[in-house]
Ligand binder design. Structure first.
Ligand SMILES: [Zn+2]
Length: 506
């Protein structure tokens, strides 16, 4: 006979299965919470239960099952929001250049600069299409009436200003009307792509962005960085027919030199224990000449050891820690397209492949990442399709960089209760929580993402601690740097636990 013969046996069967699952849980430190942490853990659980309340079975009634642009306001007013916001959140191991800062602050900075213009063609209608909304830094006032002076239209809050500003955020119902969501995402990167190549703007942007993320709880950042050729202004670009091409030599590209300078400047202006490292990440976008895309990425990879040597941090640790290729995976170059050349090159550079950002079972980028010896995996969403590979990734402690808000807004996992992180943690896969593109999703630090995982995957405070500590343990830092960061974090965490208890009167 199948099934339990007695009620006691039935209860024992269920307990045994739950115990076995618990043994593979990624965090085995649950019993080690201090008394203060236990109090906070119980408070958080009570508040989460209250939020679920008696509406548990109503679709969309619970914030993690609601798209973030509709849930964000509720999350900001939730009882646990301040608890996550004030938390020392460790490192953010997955954030991109170009979407690193904060949209209100960014547009304000642009509106204060008389040389900033936005291109807008009124005949294109209200639905912006390229290059409507594209921002430029022009020293010579353009003759075409389609270039609007940004500070002027900002002052009058003109429709062009409002429409172009909306293109820079996903926290707006307009995203519901975008059929293929990566169109909206790419529009954003096109809109900022020229202005963020202007040296003066570039440096200011990253100093401010690193400070902003530090002030919102991350004292360590690993940034996926493109290497565009920088310019003094966009004047030549608006008349040129061909975009300028970059050449890669043993000299580090200015985009990386200035990125490091911006990090050092942020550190020296009120962020004493900030550390930033870069993963050089050209796009995997497929152009009209697919072979040249691969050749260009490989030219970059080949130069990285020299760039690493020349751009060491002041404590002699690496500023550049590795290589990746980024952008949407399902329609662009597969990781396999780079494999032969990567293998032939025998590069000593570490890989942090941005793979598995897909729901498709026939997307095997994540297999390529593993077979090429990746240190971590950016996203790894579709790993749930591959149990054998999942076992390898767990056993080899290849950490997944999980970006819950991004995964939801780009429509991979629209209901965060069924985000595969719950399964990954259940099976013992190492994970960290990251923000991906905080400027587009209007998040900061990683506290919105932590809030979503806490509520969506029903984890507890010890799991949150583990996710945060993993951001140092599985980072590209040296062992010495990791030890220092973890020790400093423990102190910050204890201070936080003490302060938060008085804040919520536990
Ligand atoms: Zn990403």
């Amino acid at each position: 006979m199948k099934g339990a013969a007695t009620y006691d046996e039935y209860l024992a069967l269920i307990k045994s299965i739950k115990d076995q699952d618990r043994k593979t849980w990624f965090n085995q430190t649950e019993a080690k919470l201090t008394q203060g942490e236990e109090k906070l853990n119980a408070y958080m659980k009570k508040k989460r239960d209250e939020l679920i309340g008696n509406r548990k079975y109503i679709y969309d009634a619970y914030s993690p099952s609601l798209m973030f642009h509709y849930a964000k306001n509720d999350i900001m007013h939730n009882a646990l929001f301040e608890i996550f916001k004030r938390m020392p959140q460790g490192g953010n191991l997955h954030i991109h250049t170009g979407a690193t800062w904060d949209n209100d602050k960014f547009t304000k900075m642009l509106a204060d600069d008389p040389n900033v213009y936005v291109y807008w063609d009124p005949d294109a209608g209200l639905k912006p299409s390229y290059p409507n909304g594209k921002l430029y830094y022009l020293k010579k006032a353009p003759t075409s009436p389609n270039f609007y002076n940004y500070s002027k239209i900002a002052k009058s809050n003109s429709p062009v200003f409002m429409h172009s500003k909306k293109m820079l955020t996903f926290i707006d119902p307009r995203v519901d009307d975008i059929e293929y969501i990566w169109d909206g995402f790419n529009d954003y990167f096109i809109a900022v792509s020229s202005i963020l190549k202007v040296r003066e703007i570039y440096k200011k942007y990253y100093v401010a962005a690193f400070k902003h993320q530090y002030e919102h709880g991350n004292d360590y950042i690993e940034i996926r960085a493109g290497v565009p050729a920088l310019v003094d202004s966009n004047d030549a670009e608006i008349t040129a027919t061909e975009p300028s091409k970059s050449a890669y030599t043993a000299e580090p590209p200015e985009a990386l030199t200035l990125l490091k300078a911006a990090y050092r400047e942020a550190k020296n202006s009120g962020c004493p224990d900030l550390k930033v490292k870069a993963i050089v990440a050209p796009s995997r976008r497929t152009s009209k000449d697919p072979d040249s895309d691969i050749t260009e990425a490989m030219a970059i990879l080949k130069c990285i050891p020299e760039w690493q040597r020349k751009l060491k941090d002041d404590d002699d640790s690496e500023f550049i820690i590795g290589f990746d290729v980024v952008s949407e995976e399902d329609i662009n170059h597969r990781t396999q397209d780079y494999a032969q050349k990567i293998i032939d090159m025998r590069s000593p550079v570490s890989f942090y492949f941005h793979d598995g950002e897909s729901n498709w079972v026939d997307n095997d980028n994540i297999h390529s990442a593993w077979a090429l010896g990746t240190q971590r995996i950016g996203h790894g969403i579709n790993l749930y399709n591959f149990p054998t590979l999942l076992g390898k990734i767990r056993d080899e402690k290849i950490c997944l960089e999980i970006c819950p808000v991004s995964n939801q807004m780009l429509r991979y996992t629209k209901d965060l209760r069924i985000h595969p992180i719950a399964q990954f943690m259940q099976q013992g896969v190492k994970c960290v929580i990251c923000s991906d593109d905080p400027q587009i999703f209007e998040t900061a630090g990683i506290y919105y993402d932590l809030w979503e995982v806490y509520h969506g995957a029903m984890i507890d405070l010890s799991d949150v601690k583990e996710l945060i500590k993993n951001s140092y343990t599985y980072s590209g830092m040296t062992t010495v740097e990791k030890t220092q960061k973890l020790a400093a974090w423990e102190k910050k965490w204890q201070k936080y636990i003490n302060e938060i208890q008085s804040l919520i009167s536990l």
